[in-house]
Design a binder for this molecule. Sequence first.
Ligand SMILES: [Zn+2]
Length: 91
Amino acid sequence: MSGKIDIGQNKDHIGGNFEWEVEPNCKCGNLIHAVEEQFIFVGNFLIDGFNNFYMMPVAANGYPIRDNGVAITHCPWCGEKIKGKKKYITK
Ligand SMILES: [Zn+2]
């Protein structure tokens, strides 16, 4: 199939703009998929050595409810503490 982008072939580039130094692997595995699907975002602040994670709630009309995200510290699905860190590539 031409024209179809298979992101499964390139898991190192999540969201196309960063790689993980520490993947946020929780029990259920939903969290990392939510980041890949850009439902949960990874900030650039480090808390205890890990990046901050946040969600952008969207209203029924499709507009964000608030300007800044809602910080999350635990996986919304399984409740495990989120520990993920972006790899910063220095050139
Ligand atoms: Zn989980």
